[in-house]
Design a protein around this ligand. Structure first.
Ligand SMILES: *[C@@H]1O[C@H](CO)[C@@H](O)[C@H](O)[C@H]1NC(C)=O
Ligand SMILES: *[C@@H]1O[C@H](CO)[C@@H](O)[C@H](O)[C@H]1NC(C)=O
Ligand SMILES: *[C@@H]1O[C@H](CO)[C@@H](O)[C@H](O)[C@H]1NC(C)=O
Ligand SMILES: *[C@@H]1O[C@H](CO)[C@@H](O)[C@H](O)[C@H]1NC(C)=O
Length: 447
């Protein structure tokens, strides 16, 4: 195919994208300074032409630190970003690959539902191109996490590999875009425990590895560790697990006005007091067992093992929220803690957290080594006596929660936005852009 040439290099476009992102976020802060919800005045403020740069930078300084994150997230136009020209084509696959699964309502809301939310947000966004010839990236919407077992309610994922394989086979035979790039500009979502390894148990996941047919593509996955690991042996972006923004909003609406946090340390979830040896491995590396055994009786620890639908309100009432590993290192508690203003205490050695260039994790959370959980009380006492208020001030910047939540309609700074920002850093993988780069490099020789 003949490439359309462009006078600007992809590097310039990347810089431009960054700048626009910054500019739009400034606007966002500026508008969120006003406590009113969607009004016509607000809408007008979103138009870049009507907002002077001086007012947006002032607003950045004046962004107030509330006791809890903002209760009024607003829908914004994505107009400024569209001009950066990064385009994404969304494959229109038969419904058995995606929409059919939505007949079960949980498919839309459970912790793996980013596969659905990203698909919807991209489909309705200005980044979408209906013309695949002008697309930089190709999104392959396959939902693999919704085959809920009737026995325990957990999704079975045995079908994930064949379903993905069949989708790839289909797009490769129907259209030329997979073959021309070998899939390197194609984007998939793998929100299950160990990403595209598609298995709940780590040793099996490792043995299976990422399927060959996905190895050259880009995987958006909840799994990430800092060390080398077969389940991230593929170009990937670590994304947050799905938490419904509506549930967070509704919880925040019921937070008492004084924002008092009367629970000091909170955890609710599976504990495995007598952890079973599953093929030589123990749930949570026995960290949760240790937490239970050590602190169950501690008067400042609020530890619960039963499910409770209102647990988000408990998070909103808590100072510290424990986020220990389960089978996998990541947990939806991370997202809920940040969004509800409870300092996440991350206990999962070597975890790689989502969107580190936007979410200042070291400043808004605490990390405790798995081996140190027995000292949790002393560690947290020390933080409370020294830098807790600094951490909370950092944490309560509404931009943090916003970055970790997927809205059905993309919003400036939200999780889908962060995915696009990450993709904009991978434009060199785009077959279309690489054509432009070749032209540009040729031109550079003459400079
Ligand atoms: C869902 O999972 C079950 C149990 O693993 C499996 O038998 C079934 O084929 C799967 N369904 C589909 C549509 O892949
Ligand atoms: C892509 O390559 C596969 C395997 O070589 C082939 O079967 C398929 O027909 C090709 N697709 C197109 C659109 O040419
Ligand atoms: C767990 O079970 C395996 C056999 O499956 C055994 O070799 C190992 O010693 C056990 N580990 C512990 C800590 O009990
Ligand atoms: C707060 O203090 C703890 C323990 O001394 C330290 O690990 C952490 O990095 C500090 N965090 C911030 C944001 O200052």
């Amino acid at each position: 195919m003949k490439q359309k040439t462009s006078s600007s290099s992809s590097f310039y476009k990347r810089k431009c994208f960054r700048w626009l992102l910054w500019f739009s976020l400034s606007l966002y802060f500026f508008t969120s300074y006003y406590p009113t919800s969607k009004t016509t005045t607000n809408t007008n403020l979103l138009s870049p032409s009507k907002t002077k740069p001086s007012s947006s930078s002032r607003a950045l300084i004046e962004t107030p630190h509330n006791k809890t994150p903002s209760k009024n997230p607003q829908i914004l136009s994505t107009q400024p970003l569209v001009s950066t020209n990064m385009k994404l084509y969304v494959y229109d696959l038969p419904s058995k690959y995606n929409r059919d699964w939505l007949s079960n309502e949980r498919c839309n809301t459970h912790l793996f539902a980013a596969e659905v939310a990203i698909h919807e947000a991209l489909s309705g966004s200005g980044f979408r191109s209906l013309d695949p010839w002008e697309a930089d990236f190709f999104f392959v919407p396959v939902y693999v996490s919704c085959n809920f077992s009737t026995v325990n309610g957990f999704p079975a994922i045995g079908h994930a590999r064949p379903l993905m394989a069949s989708a790839v086979q289909r797009i490769a035979s129907d259209m030329p875009f997979w073959n021309r790039s070998g899939g390197s500009d194609h984007v998939f979502v793998a929100t299950h425990d160990f990403g595209a390894c598609f298995h709940t148990m780590e040793h099996v996941a490792i043995a299976d590895g990422v399927p060959e047919f996905l190895k050259k593509s880009i995987i958006l996955q909840t799994f990430g560790v800092r060390s080398q690991h077969p389940c991230q042996d593929v170009e990937n972006v670590v994304i947050p697990p799905y938490v419904s923004p509506e549930s967070v909003r509704s919880t925040l609406e019921h937070v008492p006005e004084d924002g008092r946090r009367d629970i000091w340390v909170f955890f609710r979830g599976k504990m495995e007091v007598h952890p079973k040896n599953v093929s030589g491995r123990f749930y949570s590396n026995q960290v949760r067992t240790e937490i239970w055994n050590r602190f169950n009786q501690h008067r400042k620890f609020y530890l619960k093992r039963k499910r409770f639908a209102g647990y988000q309100s408990e998070i909103a009432r808590s100072v510290f929220c424990l986020c220990p590993l389960g089978w996998a290192p990541w947990s939806p508690r991370l997202v809920e803690s940040v969004a509800l203003g409870c300092v996440p205490v991350i206990i999962a050695d070597g975890i790689r957290l989502p969107f580190p260039s936007s979410v200042p994790w070291p400043g808004i959370s605490l990390t405790v080594a798995e081996n140190d959980v027995r000292n949790l009380d002393r560690i947290l006492e020390h933080v409370a006596a020294t830098n807790l208020s600094i951490i909370q001030r950092n944490l309560w910047d509404p931009a943090n929660g916003r970055s970790l939540l997927f809205n059905r309609q993309i919003q400036v700074g939200d999780a889908t936005w962060q995915v696009l920002d990450a993709l904009s850093g991978k434009l060199h993988r785009s077959f279309r852009r690489s054509g432009e780069d070749r032209v540009q490099q040729g031109a550079d020789k003459w400079l």
